[in-house]
Design a protein around this ligand. Structure first.
Ligand code: DGJ
Length: 698
């Protein structure tokens, strides 16, 4: 137990599932300091620092600080009062700290004031005994008489007891290669990742995991701290390793390069949440803690209803959507065992390619002379739900919507508009635009026959803004909030509709999106070996239960290594399986094999979606596996590459050593012997893929 105490002797301890987050009032009265995180026996006491050539507030590990309070080190907040006054001198009276407890949840609120009297800043810290996540946010209120602007208004700072220096693990990549694991070693200095694009971005996922530099060689065994942002607009996260300091600061929030928040007198602003986990048992345990939170707290359910097996026609037809062709695809998809048939891009008015039609969300009269009804009838008769692709935030210049409302898109002063994928972005910060998009969605879903939407967003916002409106500098905040409002509308008015989030693949995936959608389209790359590598990184921070993954045809445009049908299915089976192939090109044998594989998936999917995932090695290894375990069984999806041993064995990682298991219906074996001796890989799915199911015997 940490025995540091604040000047008034008070320590506030907020319980998590297996530990606590403990804060105290800083001795200098400038705010809260973190004095302990994790199981009490593992906490690092805070050492009173020695201030040499620094002022006191710089040496204190304040939870949240302003430029003007902290001078020599980075601050979470920068406020501009006008007339040349920048910054704030924050004060916290311990009497202004309250803790509310409701069931398993605890929320601490600490109300800070600025000595000018212009600003009130409430820091919130929330924990729950149901999971390990600590959620922090701040609410800034203008209590003065003139506008305040905030060049920076981050969500949180985290003062981690791991310095000097840090090892940083993060996920980075780009379109079609999202979520690759990267590691940076930072002995001293600042490390920063983010997005300036108005969406989360393909480049970086908003989560960093930091641990002590000493652990860099030992690899993965010491305590680590994983910090994420639940935000889908522009953002920035930084790790600040001050030379020789025993605390490393992680901070982040709304991007401070592209966004300026303005608060008129009396107005308040609540930041998005920053989420943190302290984990002491290595990367699989950390993944499990994130997944528990995402499945148990963020997702609306754990069942399969909102993570069905989808057939999606995009890879089979592109923009050439034609009603009879779609009907024939639907007939085969139903025979295979698909549960939802989704018509992707190309179904709406004028959409023969990506240069026209976005914004005109009515069925194309040439492609669907009698509307969508006849196709929906066929899909329903075949026993499937019906779904559509939409991209509600975007508009093509060649569309009736843009011709009617050219002022509805983001504009930066007089700068010429810039298209990307031939489209502009609708300004969701304008109430009339948001209302129009909401009504369009209502009209589309009104008759209750569409129960799945794939919501795409195919360009970043390159030039946000709204001429003449000070709040226009907040475009990326307004856009993200508009997007959330529309997702809320879908949840509340159309709860039967499953929403798959997509942004040109994995361009907008984060913990806020996971709270408002059901599944996410992880990447546009479906080549199975590339996809396996993308999914490997994804599963380290996000759960299999949201990871939409389709079987598609070869050759893939990017991944030229051949892989069997069984391999391609096994890749999709490690998440929410879907099919994107041109089924009319599949012969009877392929279809029958696919139907068997889908049946097999249905038998294991509850374990895949809700079990604990453990990753064996890396997909580039000759033998790789994803293992999913729940109380009743473990399922290993095993993948081979050229160079794999002739008769490989694989050691499960997640069995109970004392329990007995039946591997693939064979002779019982103890968990201990399976884990030490390994199990033979029999390549039961194909010559390069296997599925091993270990049922636990009672
Ligand atoms: C990008 C998505 O990621 C694809 O799956 C597909 O829906 C296209 N957009 C359609 O334009």
């Amino acid at each position: 137990m940490n025995d540091n105490a604040s000047a008034d002797g008070r320590v506030w301890r907020l319980p998590t599932r297996s530990g606590e987050y403990a804060v105290s009032a800083a001795p200098d009265g400038s705010g809260l300091i973190m004095v302990g995180w994790g199981p009490p026996e593992d906490q690092q006491p805070w050492k009173e620092p020695v201030a040499v050539y620094e002022l006191d507030p710089d040496t204190v590990p304040t939870e949240y600080s302003a430029a003007g309070t902290r001078h020599g080190r980075g601050a979470e907040l920068i406020v501009d009062h006008g007339e040349g006054l920048i910054g704030a001198r924050l004060r916290l009276d311990p009497a202004q700290v309250t803790v509310d407890t409701e069931g398993p949840r605890s929320i601490l609120r600490a109300v800070h004031t600025d000595t000018t009297g212009h600003l009130r800043l409430t820091c919130e810290i929330e924990t729950s005994r149901d999971h390990e996540v600590v959620a922090k946010r701040v609410i800034a209120k203008n209590t003065g008489g003139r506008p305040l602007t905030f060049p920076r208004l981050f969500s949180a700072g985290w003062q981690l007891p791991i310095g000097p220096g840090a090892r940083i693990d993060y996920l980075a990549g780009g379109w079609a290669h999202e979520f690759f694991e990267h590691r940076a070693v930072l002995p001293a200095g600042e490390f920063s990742i983010g997005s300036r694009q108005g969406i989360t971005s393909h480049r970086y996922s908003p989560v960093v995991t930091v641990s002590a530099l000493d652990d860099a060689e030992a690899d993965d065994d010491g305590p680590c701290y994983s910090i994420a942002l639940a935000w889908s607009g522009s953002w920035r996260m930084l790790v600040d390793a001050v030379p020789d300091a025993d605390r490393v600061r992680v901070a982040g929030g709304i991007d401070d390069e592209t966004c300026m928040i303005t608060l008129e007198p009396g107005e308040s602003f609540e930041t998005p949440a920053s989420l943190g986990i302290c984990s002491t048992d290595g990367p699989d345990e950390l993944a499990r803690e994130w997944h528990d939170y995402q499945r148990g707290r963020l997702a609306r359910s754990r069942g399969v209803d909102h993570r069905p097996i989808v057939y999606n026609s995009w890879y089979a037809t592109g923009f050439d959507v034609e009603v009879d062709h779609q009907r024939r695809l639907a007939g085969i998809a139903a025979e295979l065992g698909a549960e939802v048939f989704v018509v992707d891009d190309g179904w709406f008015a004028g959409r023969t390619n990506d240069r026209a039609g976005l914004g005109d969300w009515v069925p194309d009269k040439i492609k669907f002379p009698d509307g969508l009804g006849p196709l929906i009838d066929s899909v329903s008769e075949a026993g499937m739900r019906f779904g559509l692709w939409v991209e509600p935030e975007a508009v093509n210049p060649d569309s009736d919507l843009f011709r009617a409302h050219p002022d509805w898109v983001y504009r930066a002063g007089d700068r010429p508009l810039v298209t990307s994928r031939n489209q502009y972005v609708l300004d969701l910060g304008r109430p009339e635009v948001l209302a129009w998009v909401g009504q369009t969605l209502r009209d589309l879903l009104a008759d209750g026959r569409i129960s799945y939407l794939k919501w795409d967003m195919n360009r970043p916002v390159s030039d946000g803004g709204r001429p003449g409106d000070d709040h226009g500098r907040q475009w990326s905040v307004q856009h993200a909030r508009g997007y959330y409002a529309l997702l809320h509308l879908l949840r509340s008015e159309f709860p039967h509709v499953t929403v798959e989030a997509c942004a040109g693949g994995g361009g907008r995936i984060d913990n806020a999106v996971l709270a408002l959608t059901d599944v996410v389209w992880t990447s546009d790359e479906t080549g199975p070996r590339d996809r396996l590598a993308i999914q490997h990184g994804f599963l380290s921070r996000y759960p299999a239960s949201v990871m939409s993954s389709w079987v598609t045809d070869e050759p893939d445009k990017l991944d030229h290594d051949p892989a069997s049908l069984g391999f391609r299915f096994a890749v999709a089976m490690t998440g929410v399986l879907g099919i994107g192939s041109d089924l009319l090109g599949w012969d009877a044998e392929t279809r029958s094999r696919a139907a068997e594989l889908i049946m097999t998936y249905k038998q294991i999917r509850d374990t895949v979606h809700n079990g604990i995932v453990r990753r064996h090695g890396h997909p580039r290894d000759p033998l790789y596996a994803s293992e999913f375990s729940d109380e009743g069984r473990s399922c290993l999806l095993v993948f081979g590459r050229p160079g794999v041993a002739a008769q490989p064995r694989i050691r499960p990682l997640g069995l109970d050593p004392d329990a007995r298991y039946r591997p693939n219906g064979g002779e019982p074996i103890t968990g201990a012997s399976a884990m030490t001796e390994g199990l033979p890989v029999r390549w039961s799915l194909a010559s390069d893929a296997d599925l091993i199911i270990l049922e636990r015997l009672r």
